[in-house]
Design a protein around this ligand. Structure first.
Ligand SMILES: [Zn+2]
Length: 123
């Protein structure tokens, strides 16, 4: 078993916190973080799985929203993993962090180039 699997089986993260309810969670949304591994989000319940498909779950009495993986979403909401998998197919894709960084870098280089061009013209 990998370290992650052991952590998951032991019930680490919020699973170990007795103040976090195990019941009454509802599924609000599902998001796709895209293909890039660095865009994955750590499941906020088990804190062990890096997930591509985020399931947004909410618990009324606890008044908290968590972004969790399929496995924890299924345990919390009682929705089957197959049904969650079907929701993942049509989940909106969130913008990639790397793409955002690339756009920022491009904007910075464009400004630099414009400054260099101004210098060249004024010489
Ligand atoms: Zn999890």
């Amino acid at each position: 078993m990998t370290n992650r699997a052991i952590q998951h089986a032991r019930g680490n993260g919020l699973w170990a916190d007795p103040n976090v309810p195990r019941w009454g969670w509802i599924l609000n949304n599902c998001y796709d973080l895209g293909r890039e591994p660095e865009d994955r989000h750590t499941c906020e319940m088990c804190e062990a799985q890096a997930v591509r498909y985020l399931h947004e779950v909410y618990q009324d009495a606890f008044d908290r929203t968590l972004l969790v993986g399929r496995c924890c979403a299924a345990k919390l909401t009682g929705v089957s993993e197959n049904a969650l998998r079907r929701a993942e197919v049509t989940a909106p894709v969130l913008p990639s962090r790397r793409a955002a960084a690339r756009r920022a870098e491009l904007a910075r280089l464009t400004l630099q180039l414009a400054a260099l061009e101004r210098q060249a013209v004024s010489r």
